[in-house]
Ligand binder design. Structure first.
Ligand code: ACM
Length: 525
């Protein structure tokens, strides 16, 4: 039960830039396919018995003149403009829109608002007009990406089949965690991933910003973290870091697509980058050497050193100030050389600092072995452990975020021969990442305590954006459907035929992906 007794996670252990999301599609002629291949599968979809909507010369995007809606309108016009190869104007709502309008309307709040209720959206596509309605920007974005998934292009003509869709997410937290510490991925790379996340209606980008190999976010009150510990990465590869300006730009880019950013500063383990920058955090007072291997569990902070508490206060206060969303992640995983009592004090201290800075706490599952405040989010990852601490934590008001290594760790190899990835949690083919149920994963935890689902991609072996997207696609689409669609509406055979059509979209974006043999892809290799 002690953190010291946790099994070690790892014995050893790509993306699109906006310029790569270039308008290539209008030059591509595709085989005709059934247009209804939405992922995640929506709650209600009726095909209407009328001709499709055809994006024409007079097509416009219509929004109310409010800043956040104008932004959504511009994104929509940009998306369909690039698809058709023709600029599309954004107009303000008011006058009767010309035929061929895509009208985005923000509605009032949903009355019986359960989790994710503000992300409810409605799409009605008729021959002459498209309507997207939602109480939130995120919901409007869900409606727009739904249109994008429905759209087909034949010789420059963009068509959307006539449908009526009413939809809402099952879980309020649908995330992707990216390890930018083992290998660094810059802002443009992450923007590409954010685009993919939005396409599959994910809404949380969790960034694992610090680890033994590198520190990736500039912290103004502790500048040496990035001055001395950001150049490194696994295997001697190049590192990098985000300035506060970069982080703000990323946050804004994500927010416009309905996605919030959760920063993770991993303590008290996985901290060699911090110990390398600030020697006062080690018992000898000497900084450690930089580290570019892939072992885990060897580095730790010390609760009783005088520099430790000021360090935690400075770092978490600065990070909270840069965070637009409600949550900051304190890590807490794989602290293999700390007694339970010191670990519990440490988690309590880090949590208290985060709360004092006005944020809610997220931590990896090991924190469930310590007393937690209600509302703390415990991120479950290692399925090999005793469920008892999670049951108790849930009973005391903690929420569980489900990231089971054997299903949703998308850095696991697809099969034993796959050139990228690790395999300590097994091999994960598309079906493995699809066929699981978050609320029955941990025996005894009530379904209401499950706040959501998060995929994770650790980057020990992933050096490039192509490596990254090869591991994400197609499995990210599978996990996204687990997070959005209730179990009674999920079916592997059905998902398999839908995802088969998504390869065309990934090809259109120019992203690398894995042609899983479990799927009959509709594109040629
Ligand atoms: C983890 O995989 N160590 C959270």
């Amino acid at each position: 039960m002690a953190p010291a007794n946790q099994p070690a996670r790892r014995a050893v252990r790509g993306t699109v830039t906006p310029s790569r999301i270039a308008p290539r599609v209008s030059r591509v002629t595709r085989r005709p396919v059934s247009p209804i291949a939405l992922i995640p599968r929506p709650q209600h979809l009726d095909e209407l018995d009328e001709p499709p909507f055809v994006l024409g010369e007079t097509s416009t995007v219509v929004v109310e003149p409010r800043p956040e809606l104008i932004q959504t309108g511009v994104l929509t016009a940009d998306l369909f403009g690039r698809l058709s190869g023709r600029a599309i104007e954004v107009r303000y709502a008011g006058a009767e829109p010309a035929p061929g309008a895509i009208v985005l309307t923000r509605t009032g709040p949903v009355a019986d608002g359960g989790p994710g209720a503000d992300e409810t959206y409605q799409v009605v596509v008729r021959a002459g007009r498209v309507e997207v309605r939602s109480p939130s920007v995120a919901g409007l974005v869900h409606g727009v990406v739904t249109l994008r998934q429905l759209a087909t292009v034949e010789e420059g003509s963009v068509r959307i089949p006539a449908v009526r869709i009413q939809d809402a997410p099952r879980f309020a937290w649908r995330g992707l965690s990216i390890d930018v510490a083992r290998h660094f991925f810059g802002v443009e790379d992450l923007k590409g991933v954010i685009g993919l996340m939005a396409h599959y209606k994910l809404n949380v980008l969790h960034l694992h910003l610090t680890d033994d190999q590198g520190w990736r976010l500039h912290v103004p009150s502790r500048p040496k973290l990035t001055e001395l510990s950001s150049d490194s990465a696994v295997g001697g590869d190049r590192g990098g870091f985000y300035t506060p300006g970069d982080f703000a730009a990323l946050t804004e880019y994500a927010a416009a697509r309905g996605i919030r950013v959760v920063p993770e500063i991993d303590v008290p383990g996985h901290v060699n980058a911090a110990l390398h920058a600030y020697g006062e955090l080690t018992p000898s007072g000497e900084p450690t050497d930089a580290y570019d291997g892939i072992e885990v569990g060897f580095s730790r902070l010390h609760a009783d050193l005088p520099a430790t508490q000021p360090f935690l206060e400075a770092v978490f206060t600065d990070v909270a100030a840069m965070t637009a969303g409600e949550h900051v992640h304190i890590g807490g995983d794989e602290v293999l050389t700390m007694e339970p009592e010191e670990y519990a004090r440490f988690v309590a201290l880090a949590s208290q600092v985060v709360r004092a800075a006005g944020k809610k706490v997220v931590g990896w599952q090991e924190i469930a072995q310590t007393p937690l405040e209600p509302g703390t989010v415990v991120q479950y990852w290692d399925t090999r452990v005793d469920p008892e601490p999670f049951v108790r934590a849930a009973r005391e008001g903690a929420l569980l975020l489900m990231s089971p290594g054997s299903k949703s760790y998308l850095d696991m190899k697809y099969d034993p021969t796959f050139p990228l990835g690790l395999e300590w949690a097994g091999h994960i083919e598309v079906r493995d990442s699809y066929d699981w149920e978050p609320t029955t994963l941990v025996e005894g935890v009530p379904a209401e305590s499950v706040v959501g689902v998060e995929a994770a991609v650790w980057t020990e072996t992933l050096r490039t954006v192509d490596d990254l997207t090869t591991m994400l696609l197609p499995r990210l689409a599978a996990v996204a459907e687990v997070a959005w669609t209730p179990p009674q509406a999920r079916d592997w055979a059905d998902f398999r035929t839908r995802v088969a059509q998504h390869g065309r979209f990934w090809d259109h974006l120019g992203v690398a992906w894995h042609r899983s043999p479990q799927v009959d892809w509709t594109t040629r290799p």
